[in-house]
Design a protein around this ligand. Structure first.
Ligand code: HPA
Length: 282
């Protein structure tokens, strides 16, 4: 049963290191280097944690990191799992359940995303204000199946899934960092792994998408199921407007990682600023 698996994984982590994280971090494509910023870090490869999947994507190292950031106990996923890797959403989100069971009440989830909003530039960040779960609306949701009340309720609400206080905090931190452009918008999850056609991108824009990506939403649904507070941040790595030009360019994973690498110090400053001021966001 999923609950027993989560408990076994939690106990295996506690056998490595006695920890009581306050904040859980999911580090998206190319953003895993934030891990270098943690103090007193203990790294546990996913391969050593029962029931954890394996990271198979470049830019996703595949370790759980336990340490301190700005003196705050954090647990970080250096590499996440995706639907397109073939994992079920229950397996893919198990680490979120485990980080919650370890005590983390706040989840900061990050990703690389295409900028559907024409005003967004590669290297900009976007606070996720709300999301559209295309796989979810089509019947692919991590909560499908028997509900275990020990995790949460059968029908969790997702209105206001992204915590308004945390969003305000992130915006005030970004306002003090001139090198950062932080938009706020709607993230739409697609399944991937193929990137979108131009017609699909225009469809995404019509339904209100500002940024598109292949992750994050399942983790957020499970975090809300467990009543964690959620902050979501997308790094815009490429234009994905669907606007037809003579040279539409091509998006590829290498470019996604290159942009992530270029903004690494900015991203670290933003996350540090948020974590160190968390007490202001309540
Ligand atoms: N589409 C989907 N996922 C992505 C993109 C994109 O353009 N860029 C980074 N992740």
């Amino acid at each position: 049963m999923l609950y027993d698996q989560a408990i076994e994984a939690t106990n295996a982590i506690l056998a490595h290191v006695a920890c009581k994280p306050v904040v859980a971090l999911v580090l998206g494509s190319g953003l895993g280097d934030l891990a270098q910023e943690l103090d007193d870090v203990v790294a546990i490869p996913y391969t050593e944690i029962p029931h954890f999947a394996r990271s198979t994507v470049a830019g996703h190292v595949g370790r759980l990191l336990i340490g301190n950031l700005e003196g705050v106990p954090v647990i970080a996923m250096q590499g996440r799992f995706h639907l397109y890797e073939g994992y079920t959403l229950q397996v893919l989100t198990l680490p979120i359940r485990v980080m919650s069971l370890l005590g983390a009440q706040t989840l900061i989830v990050t990703n690389a995303a295409g900028g559907v909003n024409p005003a967004y530039r590669p290297g900009d960040f976007m606070l996720i204000h709300d999301h559209i779960a295309l796989p979810g609306l089509a019947g692919v949701n991590p909560l499908i199946g028997p509900n275990d009340e020990r995790f949460g309720v059968r029908f969790p609400p997702l209105a206001k899934a992204y915590d308004a206080h945390l969003c305000a905090l992130a915006q005030s931190v970004a306002a003090r960092l001139p090198e950062i452009t932080l938009h706020a918008g709607i993230y739409t999850m697609v399944a991937g792994p193929s990137f979108e056609t131009e017609a699909e991108l225009r469809f995404l824009r019509v339904i209100g998408t500002d940024a598109v990506g292949m992750s994050t939403v399942p983790e957020v649904i499970v975090a809300r199921h467990m009543e964690m507070r959620v902050l979501g941040i997308s790094l815009i790595t490429n234009p994905a407007t669907g606007i037809e030009t003579d040279d539409p360019g091509t998006v590829n994973h290498t470019d996604v990682l290159a942009i992530a690498n270029a903004v690494r110090p900015h991203f670290a400053k933003l996350v540090r600023g948020i974590v160190s001021n968390l007490s202001l966001a309540s």
